[in-house]
Design a protein around this ligand. Structure first.
Ligand code: GAR
Length: 200
Protein backbone atom coordinates (compact mmCIF):
# COMPACT_ATOMS: atom_id res chain seq x y z
CA UNK A 1 0.00 0.00 0.00
CA UNK A 2 1.38 3.40 -0.98
CA UNK A 3 1.02 6.16 1.61
CA UNK A 4 0.22 9.48 -0.02
CA UNK A 5 1.06 12.89 1.37
CA UNK A 6 -1.03 15.47 -0.46
CA UNK A 7 0.11 19.09 -0.50
CA UNK A 8 -2.55 21.70 -1.22
CA UNK A 9 -3.11 25.45 -1.09
CA UNK A 10 -6.84 25.72 -1.76
CA UNK A 11 -10.07 24.09 -2.88
CA UNK A 12 -8.80 20.51 -2.90
CA UNK A 13 -11.01 18.99 -5.60
CA UNK A 14 -8.09 16.88 -6.88
CA UNK A 15 -7.46 15.79 -3.30
CA UNK A 16 -11.11 14.71 -3.14
CA UNK A 17 -10.68 12.73 -6.37
CA UNK A 18 -7.73 10.90 -4.80
CA UNK A 19 -9.66 10.26 -1.58
CA UNK A 20 -12.61 8.83 -3.56
CA UNK A 21 -10.38 6.63 -5.71
CA UNK A 22 -8.67 5.33 -2.57
CA UNK A 23 -11.96 4.69 -0.75
CA UNK A 24 -13.33 2.82 -3.78
CA UNK A 25 -10.09 0.81 -3.90
CA UNK A 26 -9.42 1.99 -7.45
CA UNK A 27 -5.86 2.79 -6.40
CA UNK A 28 -3.63 0.75 -4.07
CA UNK A 29 -2.92 3.86 -2.02
CA UNK A 30 -4.28 5.72 0.97
CA UNK A 31 -3.99 9.36 1.95
CA UNK A 32 -1.81 9.39 5.06
CA UNK A 33 -1.71 13.16 5.54
CA UNK A 34 -2.80 16.40 3.87
CA UNK A 35 -0.63 19.47 4.32
CA UNK A 36 -1.58 23.03 3.39
CA UNK A 37 0.44 26.23 3.34
CA UNK A 38 -2.83 28.18 3.73
CA UNK A 39 -4.89 28.04 6.91
CA UNK A 40 -8.20 28.54 5.09
CA UNK A 41 -7.67 25.95 2.34
CA UNK A 42 -11.00 24.19 1.83
CA UNK A 43 -9.11 20.98 1.11
CA UNK A 44 -8.22 20.76 4.83
CA UNK A 45 -11.94 20.53 5.63
CA UNK A 46 -12.50 17.92 2.93
CA UNK A 47 -9.73 15.78 4.41
CA UNK A 48 -11.03 16.08 7.97
CA UNK A 49 -14.51 15.10 6.81
CA UNK A 50 -12.94 11.83 5.67
CA UNK A 51 -11.04 11.45 8.97
CA UNK A 52 -7.74 12.13 7.27
CA UNK A 53 -5.07 13.97 9.23
CA UNK A 54 -4.95 17.52 7.84
CA UNK A 55 -2.21 19.91 8.86
CA UNK A 56 -1.69 23.60 8.22
CA UNK A 57 1.99 24.43 8.20
CA UNK A 58 2.50 28.19 8.25
CA UNK A 59 5.51 29.20 6.12
CA UNK A 60 5.90 32.33 8.28
CA UNK A 61 6.80 30.13 11.25
CA UNK A 62 10.05 29.12 9.51
CA UNK A 63 13.19 31.02 8.56
CA UNK A 64 13.17 30.60 4.78
CA UNK A 65 12.16 27.98 2.25
CA UNK A 66 14.61 25.25 3.33
CA UNK A 67 13.45 25.36 6.94
CA UNK A 68 9.82 25.39 5.84
CA UNK A 69 10.32 22.36 3.63
CA UNK A 70 12.18 20.59 6.46
CA UNK A 71 9.00 21.10 8.49
CA UNK A 72 6.93 19.57 5.69
CA UNK A 73 9.32 16.63 5.30
CA UNK A 74 9.20 15.95 9.04
CA UNK A 75 5.40 15.69 8.89
CA UNK A 76 5.52 13.53 5.74
CA UNK A 77 8.04 11.14 7.34
CA UNK A 78 5.99 10.97 10.54
CA UNK A 79 3.14 9.58 8.43
CA UNK A 80 5.40 7.19 6.47
CA UNK A 81 4.59 8.91 3.20
CA UNK A 82 6.16 7.31 0.13
CA UNK A 83 4.53 9.42 -2.60
CA UNK A 84 4.01 13.16 -2.39
CA UNK A 85 1.16 14.53 -4.54
CA UNK A 86 1.06 18.26 -5.20
CA UNK A 87 -2.61 19.08 -5.79
CA UNK A 88 -3.10 22.79 -6.32
CA UNK A 89 -0.07 23.48 -4.12
CA UNK A 90 0.92 26.93 -5.29
CA UNK A 91 4.62 26.90 -4.39
CA UNK A 92 7.57 25.68 -6.36
CA UNK A 93 9.08 22.64 -4.63
CA UNK A 94 12.62 23.35 -3.46
CA UNK A 95 15.78 21.34 -2.95
CA UNK A 96 14.93 20.05 0.53
CA UNK A 97 11.61 18.55 -0.53
CA UNK A 98 12.93 17.22 -3.84
CA UNK A 99 16.07 15.65 -2.32
CA UNK A 100 14.03 14.06 0.48
CA UNK A 101 11.58 12.46 -1.97
CA UNK A 102 13.68 11.83 -5.06
CA UNK A 103 11.41 10.82 -8.00
CA UNK A 104 8.59 10.46 -5.50
CA UNK A 105 6.86 13.82 -5.96
CA UNK A 106 4.22 14.32 -8.63
CA UNK A 107 2.13 17.32 -9.63
CA UNK A 108 -1.00 17.99 -11.63
CA UNK A 109 -1.12 20.98 -13.94
CA UNK A 110 -4.06 22.31 -16.00
CA UNK A 111 -2.41 22.43 -19.43
CA UNK A 112 -0.67 20.17 -21.89
CA UNK A 113 2.88 20.81 -20.69
CA UNK A 114 5.33 22.09 -21.76
CA UNK A 115 2.76 24.63 -22.95
CA UNK A 116 1.57 27.16 -20.38
CA UNK A 117 3.50 26.35 -17.21
CA UNK A 118 3.11 28.41 -14.03
CA UNK A 119 0.10 30.38 -12.94
CA UNK A 120 -3.22 30.79 -14.78
CA UNK A 121 -2.56 28.05 -17.33
CA UNK A 122 -6.14 28.08 -18.62
CA UNK A 123 -6.03 31.87 -19.16
CA UNK A 124 -2.70 31.50 -20.95
CA UNK A 125 -4.21 28.84 -23.24
CA UNK A 126 -7.23 31.00 -24.10
CA UNK A 127 -5.11 34.08 -24.73
CA UNK A 128 -2.74 32.11 -26.94
CA UNK A 129 -5.65 30.84 -29.01
CA UNK A 130 -4.84 27.12 -28.90
CA UNK A 131 -7.60 24.78 -30.07
CA UNK A 132 -6.64 21.97 -27.70
CA UNK A 133 -5.57 22.14 -24.08
CA UNK A 134 -5.77 19.67 -21.21
CA UNK A 135 -4.10 18.38 -18.09
CA UNK A 136 -0.73 16.86 -17.23
CA UNK A 137 0.59 14.82 -14.32
CA UNK A 138 4.37 14.93 -14.10
CA UNK A 139 7.25 14.17 -11.79
CA UNK A 140 8.48 17.26 -10.00
CA UNK A 141 11.96 18.64 -10.49
CA UNK A 142 13.35 21.99 -9.41
CA UNK A 143 11.85 23.87 -12.35
CA UNK A 144 8.34 25.21 -12.64
CA UNK A 145 6.20 22.42 -14.18
CA UNK A 146 9.22 21.05 -16.07
CA UNK A 147 9.62 17.46 -14.81
CA UNK A 148 9.12 14.23 -16.81
CA UNK A 149 5.52 13.75 -17.97
CA UNK A 150 3.59 10.71 -16.71
CA UNK A 151 0.14 11.11 -18.29
CA UNK A 152 -1.79 13.75 -20.19
CA UNK A 153 -5.37 14.25 -21.27
CA UNK A 154 -6.57 16.64 -23.98
CA UNK A 155 -9.76 18.70 -24.15
CA UNK A 156 -10.98 20.99 -26.95
CA UNK A 157 -10.97 24.75 -26.55
CA UNK A 158 -14.31 25.86 -27.94
CA UNK A 159 -15.56 29.15 -29.35
CA UNK A 160 -17.20 31.05 -26.53
CA UNK A 161 -15.10 29.43 -23.81
CA UNK A 162 -14.43 31.61 -20.79
CA UNK A 163 -11.63 30.88 -18.31
CA UNK A 164 -14.26 29.31 -16.01
CA UNK A 165 -15.76 27.07 -18.71
CA UNK A 166 -12.38 25.87 -19.97
CA UNK A 167 -11.13 25.37 -16.41
CA UNK A 168 -14.07 23.16 -15.49
CA UNK A 169 -13.69 21.09 -18.69
CA UNK A 170 -10.02 20.56 -17.84
CA UNK A 171 -10.79 19.91 -14.15
CA UNK A 172 -13.11 17.02 -15.04
CA UNK A 173 -10.14 15.42 -16.82
CA UNK A 174 -7.80 16.18 -13.91
CA UNK A 175 -10.05 14.22 -11.57
CA UNK A 176 -9.63 11.10 -13.72
CA UNK A 177 -5.99 11.67 -14.60
CA UNK A 178 -4.52 12.14 -11.11
CA UNK A 179 -5.84 8.84 -9.71
CA UNK A 180 -4.58 7.09 -12.86
CA UNK A 181 -1.05 8.46 -12.40
CA UNK A 182 -1.08 7.49 -8.71
CA UNK A 183 -2.30 4.00 -9.66
CA UNK A 184 0.61 3.56 -12.09
CA UNK A 185 3.08 4.76 -9.46
CA UNK A 186 1.63 2.63 -6.69
CA UNK A 187 1.68 -0.44 -8.92
CA UNK A 188 5.39 0.18 -9.59
CA UNK A 189 4.77 0.69 -13.30
CA UNK A 190 6.65 3.96 -13.82
CA UNK A 191 10.24 4.06 -14.96
CA UNK A 192 11.99 7.36 -15.66
CA UNK A 193 14.43 7.30 -18.58
CA UNK A 194 15.83 10.78 -19.02
CA UNK A 195 12.88 13.00 -19.83
CA UNK A 196 10.63 10.07 -20.70
CA UNK A 197 8.43 8.15 -18.31
CA UNK A 198 7.90 4.58 -19.43
CA UNK A 199 4.63 2.99 -18.25
CA UNK A 200 5.47 -0.70 -17.99
C1 GAR B 1 -6.06 22.50 -10.43
O1 GAR B 1 -6.63 22.93 -11.64
C2 GAR B 1 -4.59 22.20 -10.61
O2 GAR B 1 -4.30 21.61 -11.85
C3 GAR B 1 -4.00 23.58 -10.53
O3 GAR B 1 -4.70 24.20 -9.47
C4 GAR B 1 -6.01 23.65 -9.42
C5 GAR B 1 -6.26 23.17 -8.02
O4 GAR B 1 -7.59 22.77 -7.87
N1 GAR B 1 -2.61 23.55 -10.28
C6 GAR B 1 -1.74 24.41 -10.81
O5 GAR B 1 -2.07 25.32 -11.53
C7 GAR B 1 -0.30 24.16 -10.43
N2 GAR B 1 0.58 24.88 -11.29
P1 GAR B 1 -8.02 21.88 -6.65
O6 GAR B 1 -7.48 22.58 -5.39
O7 GAR B 1 -9.52 21.89 -6.69
O8 GAR B 1 -7.44 20.53 -6.84
Amino acid sequence: MTNLGVLISGRGSNLEALINASNKKEIPAKIAVVISDKSDAFGLERARKHNIEAVYINPDDFKGKDAYEQGIVKTLKKHNVNLVCLAGYMRIAGKVLIDSYKSKIINIHPSLLPAFPGLNAQKQALEHGVKISGATVHFVDEGCDTGPIIVQSAVPVLAGDTIEILSSRILAEEHKLYPLAVKYFAEGKLKIEGRRVIIQ
